[in-house]
Write a protein that binds this ligand. Structure first.
Ligand SMILES: [Zn+2]
Ligand SMILES: [Zn+2]
Length: 265
């Protein structure tokens, strides 16, 4: 009888703990009344679980030193590459070193210094989809002409694979368990976009915005007035602490550019 009674007690406590676990998973705190303990009981079953982090590897590539951005989920080891303007082996080595699965190669815009080695990189990454904004398609299609006109010393003939699909304003881009939002910022080129990670307060800006400067507007479909509107209305309205990775040069913040960028003059 004593043994039976004891095992029932264990069973009851196991059930009770099981219920507490269910409540905890539902995010409900449970008040436990006990002769010795009265308080909030919220068992921390997940304290040892690793947390996913959005990580970025940024380095300049190619003869014009455009920033290549590898953005990834540290837990899922899944990521995207933004702008591939040269040094294919360097980009591929960074992907392999981190053991990443790349789900897409995305362009901030289609100028040659941001797209140069796409064909070679796509082949190494088993045909991952390539995306840009549709309004830069005509610039993408004239890649060889860009090389000839701008006199950029890159290997030719250039291998530019087909675009899988186009970005639209507001598109959500998954990066592992994180999300970026596409902001269409025409001006430097008609189809320039920025990638905004609102939760991480991070912006990949391409050649729309630089530290203390902004992109040139004398190339195909460029417009200074359109660029000013894109920057002041769509970027300067982001949280001031947002970190900005430009298409060339060092990082900056929205707060610094609002105070210092000559586009506001
Ligand atoms: Zn550009
Ligand atoms: Zn550029």
């Amino acid at each position: 009888m004593g043994i039976l009674s004891h095992s029932r007690k264990i069973h009851t406590e196991t059930l009770f703990l099981g219920l507490l676990l269910v409540f905890d998973l539902l995010g409900i705190s449970v008040i436990v009344f006990h002769p010795a303990v009265v308080g909030t009981f919220k068992p921390d079953f997940n304290s040892q679980a690793p947390m996913a982090e959005l990580k970025k590897i940024i380095f300049p590539v190619g003869p014009i030193q455009a920033n290549c951005c590898i953005i990834y989920d540290s837990l899922a080891k899944s990521g995207i590459i933004i702008d591939t303007g040269g040094d294919v082996e360097k980009i591929y080595a960074a992907v392999k070193k981190e053991g990443l699965t790349i789900t897409g190669i995305y362009y901030t815009h289609a100028h040659i210094d941001h797209i140069d080695v796409t064909g070679m990189l796509q082949a190494k990454l088993r045909g991952v989809p390539i995306r840009c904004h549709q309004q830069d398609k005509f610039i993408y299609d004239m890649a060889q002409m860009q090389i000839n006109l701008l006199g950029i010393p890159v290997p030719t003939p250039i291998n530019i694979p087909p675009i899988a699909s186009y970005f639209n304003e507001g598109d959500v881009i998954p990066v592992g368990s994180f999300n970026a939002r596409v902001i269409h910022t025409p001006g430097h080129s008609p189809g320039s976009v920025c990638f905004h990670f609102p939760d991480q307060k991070l912006l990949i800006a391409g050649d729309t915005l630089f530290r203390g400067s902004y992109g040139r507007t004398d190339l195909w479909g460029g417009s200074e007035e359109t660029l000013r509107q894109s920057i002041t209305q769509k970027l300067f309205t982001l949280p001031p602490e947002t970190r900005v990775v430009p298409g060339h040069g060092p990082e900056t913040t929205i707060a610094f550019e609002r105070a210092n960028n000559p586009i506001s003059d």
